[in-house]
Design a protein around this ligand. Structure first.
Ligand code: NAG
Ligand code: NAG
Ligand code: NAG
Ligand code: NAG
Ligand code: MN
Length: 594
């Protein structure tokens, strides 16, 4: 699975050779990490004394039990990641601070910078050991007008939960903030209260992508870890990110991103992991873990694309890949650019379940975008043109105006792709994101059918999702077509194999296993299950679920329900207005990769 394990000693030799052989695009020579120089004297000595390299494969328990014990004892506002609330006397700045931050910054000010967090890792993580020798780290935190205490809590949590011998520095990249404390008060605070944290003040608004690059350029650690400016690192977060990189410098590793609730600062998991993906409008999506991944819940698993803000990568590999494309503006598409480059140009990307970092998902973005025009579209166009080959057309099919955007000069990026001999996007799609088209097909299959659903027992009655006796329950009503009535009687049996209400992303859902179960409207999830429907053209049945029941109705009470299929029942027969017989005949192949 992995390239053969390269010990760090070999790694430093290789990095030396690579410096001579390749043109490094942005990085100056003295910034190339030299692991040997940064090794503590003690380890240097070990290298010279020990002939065998076996000690490099030695694994140790990196937990800091002293901090863990002290944290377990802490009580107070927001401690243990519990939800917290302002008292009425603390409430006065609530609205003003919420407005400029998109989260409850007044509450943040009442929570200790070094608060305790719940250890919500999989229990196997608690017993895991990691290589005793791990590379050094520069943590890079770009920010624009981040709130004082959330920014400081980010830095504090890194310091508190990182082994000091691994953490070289934290670089807070101030992207031209206008809040007064972002300048001298911040510098003073860092100088007095931290030894490893510095602020890099950019002279003009540069956007997230260039701010990350600016931090990476001055970083001196072997590994670059990018964090968002309102995050909190959880127990033993660092070794799981670093070990795969120590074993192979071309591996990029992402932590699990937990949720810090924007109102209460409660700390909780968003889920137990998924693989990063995208749809063909470039919305970030997630794919389920593979059966193999589920067998090893504490081991890193391969992920096609990163979520974006939080990841670890060796400086060496980052700069071999040219960092980010410097032609990308502000934000948007950079996570795809880097992910595609990593995979296509000889690397791998993993999510590490034992490394967890909490992130405040804001209620809304409080800052105006500094960019002009459709800078996100332009970024997407650059990424598509350089990396996606013939698959770029699927993006353009959905956003034809991208074709008209001038992406600017792409020669440097295309040159890099050629120089690194990167693989085609088809390889990425077939090998890494092989199950993506099943959920997000490049070309949407046609629907199976659409229009009114009319009952054969009482042909003036149609399924109507607008006529409701109880909220969200679908019934039958007089067909509106001949009667010039109002109603909601136009449905689509989509290729997702669900029934959608026209103009809405609401689906017919049955969760009740009992007889005569109601049909309710529920946001479409595209996962079939409770929303799986099939139309049998010959029997004129709408069948629901894997253990199929038939759509049926009671013309007297106008109730709609599912029940055991009965060949002799006329109320179970429905005329579906427009059926695509070709699609229906191909039922079992729709949504399957050929
Ligand atoms: C935890 O708190 C108890 C009671 O306040 C105290 O006796 C104990 O020493 C504390 N333990 C640690 C590790 O701080
Ligand atoms: C250092 O930290 C303490 C405690 O958070 C704070 O009160 C003090 O103002 C800080 N020092 C400076 C120079 O900001
Ligand atoms: C139902 O919706 C389809 C498009 O989804 C449309 O072509 C058709 O005309 C609609 N039928 C009625 C009766 O509104
Ligand atoms: C039915 O589906 C087939 C296969 O996707 C498609 O070629 C055809 O145009 C569709 N027919 C109608 C009437 O939509
Ligand atoms: Mn964020």
């Amino acid at each position: 699975m992995r390239r053969n394990i390269k010990t760090l000693f070999k790694y430093s030799l290789i990095s030396g050779i690579t410096v001579v052989c390749t043109v490094v695009i942005y990085k100056t020579l003295e910034n190339i990490p030299n692991i040997k120089d940064s090794e503590p004297a003690e380890l240097q000595r070990k290298i010279s004394v020990k002939k065998s390299v076996s000690s490099y494969n030695e694994k140790i328990d990196w937990h800091n039990y002293d901090t863990i014990r002290k944290d377990a004892n802490r009580t107070g506002t927001g401690e243990q990641g519990a939800p917290a609330y302002l008292t009425s006397s603390e409430n006065e700045n609530y609205e003003a601070l919420f407005k400029v931050n998109g989260f409850n910054a007044a509450l943040s000010d009442k929570i200790a910078l070094d608060r305790s967090l719940p250890d919500i890792r999989h229990k196997q993580c608690k017993a895991k050991k990691y290589l005793s020798k791990l590379p050094s780290v520069s943590v890079i935190v770009p920010f624009h007008n981040e709130h004082w205490t959330t920014l400081l809590r980010t830095a504090t949590s890194v310091i508190k939960r990182s082994p000091p011998e691994l953490l070289k520095e934290i670089i807070l990249v101030d992207d031209f903030s206008s809040k007064e404390f972002s300048k001298k008060p911040l510098d003073d605070y860092l100088a007095v209260n931290f030894t490893k944290v510095t602020a890099l003040h950019l002279p003009e608004r540069s956007g997230l992508i260039r701010a990350r690059l600016a931090g990476a350029k001055v970083a001196t650690g072997d590994v670059l870890i990018f964090l968002d400016s309102h995050t909190e690192c959880n127990v033993n977060w660092l070794p799981p990110l670093l070990e795969p990189i120590a074993q192979d410098y071309k591996v990029c590793v992402c932590p699990f991103i937990d949720v810090i609730q924007y109102e209460t600062f409660e700390y909780r998991a968003q889920d137990e992991g998924a693989r990063g993906a995208f749809d063909w409008e470039f919305f970030y999506k997630r794919l389920p873990l593979l059966p193999e991944d589920l067998k090893h819940p504490a081991e890193p698993f391969k992920s096609p694309v990163m979520a974006g803000g939080l990841f670890a990568i060796s400086a060496k590999f980052f700069w071999e890949l040219g960092g980010y494309d410097e032609g990308l503006d502000i934000w948007g598409g950079e996570q795809y650019e880097l992910s595609f480059k990593i995979w296509q140009c000889g690397g791998e990307m993993y999510d590490a379940p034992c490394s967890r970092v909490g992130h405040i998902y804001r209620k809304y973005a409080p800052f105006p975008n500094p960019g002009k025009g459709d800078f996100v579209g332009r970024n997407y166009r650059r990424v598509a043109e350089v990396w996606m080959d013939e698959y770029a057309q699927y993006l353009y099919m959905r956003r034809p105006h991208y074709k008209a955007i001038n992406p600017g000069d792409l020669s440097k990026q295309k040159g890099l792709r050629k120089k690194l001999n990167c693989k085609p996007f088809k390889w990425f799609m077939e090998t890494v994101a092989f199950d993506l088209p099943l959920k997000y097909p490049p070309i949407e299959p046609d629907d199976f059918g659409f229009g009114e659903i009319r009952n054969l027992a009482v042909p003036e009655l149609c399924v109507d999702s607008g006529y409701k006796e109880r909220d969200q329950v679908v019934n039958i009503a007089t067909c509106i077509k001949e009667n010039n009535k109002k109603g909601e009687q136009n449905f689509t049996l989509t290729w997702h194999k669900d029934i959608r209400v026209k103009g809405k992303t609401l689906c017919f859902d049955v969760s009740d296993p009992n007889d005569k179960a109601d049909i309710t409207l529920y946001p479409c999830h595209g996962q079939q299950g409770n929303q799986y429907w099939r139309y049998d053209v010959e029997k004129q049945w709408f069948l629901h679920g894997g253990n199929p029941r038939c759509l049926d109705c009671d013309p007297g009470s106008l109730k709609l329900f599912v029940t055991t299929c009965d060949e002799n029942s006329k109320t179970q027969k429905w005329r579906f207005e427009n059926v695509n017989l070709t699609m229906i005949a191909d039922w079992n192949n729709v949504g399957v990769i050929k």
